[in-house]
Design a binder for this molecule. Structure first.
Ligand code: GDP
Ligand code: MN
Ligand code: MN
Ligand code: MN
Length: 252
C-alpha cells in the first residue's frame, strides 16, 4: 500500500481577492479523488482577513488580560474578536472560535505575513473549503476533496501538527466501531481522525516557515465522499468534553 503527497510548487505570495483555484490548477494537473490540502494562511489572505495591528482598538477585556499577561492588547483584542469562549488566558489564550474550533489564539497568526499585520483565520473554514472545492472541480473536471488546515498544539504533548479546520467532500472520521481486530474481537470505541491525519501528512511538506508550500495534493487514498460533511463532526459534544468542563471549573 502507498499514497503520494505532492507539494504544489511556485505558488506566489497570496493577496486579498486572489483566485486560489485557478492559481492551483495552473500548477498541477489534478486527478479524480485527489485530496487538495490548503493552508488556512493563504485562504485567509485570499479572503482578505488581514488586519493592521495599529488599526485594532483593544476593548476593556483585552486591556485587562494584556495588563495581566504582558501581551499586546491589540493582539488579545484580535483573538477575542474571533472567540466564542475563552478557557485559558495565560500563558496563552486557549479559546473556542466563532466557527467552533478550539485552539490557541483563535488561529490569529503573525507568521508568514508582513510585519505589523495580523492574519485572522477564515471566518467559516467549511464554507471556504467547499467554495474552493467546487471551483477546483469546475476548473479540473475532476471529483475532488478539500481540507483547509492550520497548525495547532496538542494538550499533552510538545510539538504542533497540521489539523483540519474545514473540509469538502471527505468524511473527517472513520468509524472502526463494529469492525474486527486481528483476533476477531469487535472494536468498540476507535474512531480514526482521517482529516486531521491527512492534514498532518500534508503539513510535513508545508512546514511552518519560509518554504512557500501552502498547497499539498494527496493522491492514492480513497476518502472521497459525495455528500455534505463538516469539520464540526469532529468537535466533541459539549456534554462529553471533560477537558472543557475542567477548564471552566478552574475559571470560576
Ligand atoms: P498555517 O499552518 O495555515 O498557519 O500556515 P503557515 O503559516 O504554517 O504556512 C504553511 C506553508 O504555507 C509554509 O510553507 C509557508 O511558507 C507557506 N505560505 C504561507 N503564506 C504563503 C503565501 O502567501 N504564498 C506561498 N507560496 N506560500 C505561503
Ligand atoms: Mn503561520
Ligand atoms: Mn496558522
Ligand atoms: Mn502551519
Amino acid at each position: 500500500m502507498k499514497f503520494e503527497a505532492i507539494a504544489v510548487e511556485k505558488i506566489p505570495l497570496i493577496h486579498k481577492g486572489d483566485d486560489l483555484p485557478s492559481i492551483i490548477c495552473k500548477r498541477i494537473e489534478l486527478k479524480d479523488r485527489d485530496i487538495i490540502v490548503i493552508a488556512s494562511t493563504i485562504v485567509a489572505k485570499a479572503e482578505g482577513e488581514i488586519f493592521r495591528l495599529e488599526d485594532i482598538t483593544p476593548g476593556e477585556q483585552a486591556l485587562e488580560i494584556a495588563a495581566r499577561t504582558g501581551k499586546d492588547s491589540r493582539f488579545i483584542q484580535a483573538v477575542l474578536s474571533r472567540s466564542r469562549e475563552v478557557f485559558v488566558e495565560a500563558p496563552f489564550m486557549l479559546v473556542t472560535t466563532l466557527a467552533g474550533h478550539t485552539c490557541v489564539n483563535a488561529g490569529v497568526d503573525e507568521s508568514n505575513i508582513e510585519n505589523g499585520f495580523l492574519l485572522y483565520p477564515p471566518e467559516n473554514p467549511d464554507s471556504s473549503a467547499s467554495k474552493l472545492g467546487k471551483e477546483l472541480e469546475k476548473l479540473s473536471g475532476k471529483k475532488l476533496s478539500v481540507i483547509v488546515t492550520d497548525t495547532n498544539g496538542r494538550a499533552f504533548k510538545i510539538g504542533q501538527t497540521g489539523v483540519a479546520i474545514g473540509i469538502y467532500k471527505i468524511k473527517p472520521i472513520k468509524r472502526w466501531i463494529g469492525e474486527k481486530d486481528l483476533f476477531g474481537k469487535t472494536l468498540e470505541i476507535t474512531e480514526q481522525a482521517i482529516a486531521d491525519e491527512l492534514a498532518g501528512a500534508a503539513n510535513l511538506l508545508m512546514g511552518e516557515g519560509a518554504g512557500g508550500m501552502p498547497v499539498v495534493v494527496i493522491r492514492g487514498l480513497d476518502y472521497y465522499f459525495e455528500g455534505n460533511t463538516s469539520i464540526k463532526e469532529t468537535y466533541r459534544p459539549e456534554n462529553l468534553d471533560v477537558i472543557k468542563k475542567g477548564l471552566r471549573c478552574l475559571r470560576n
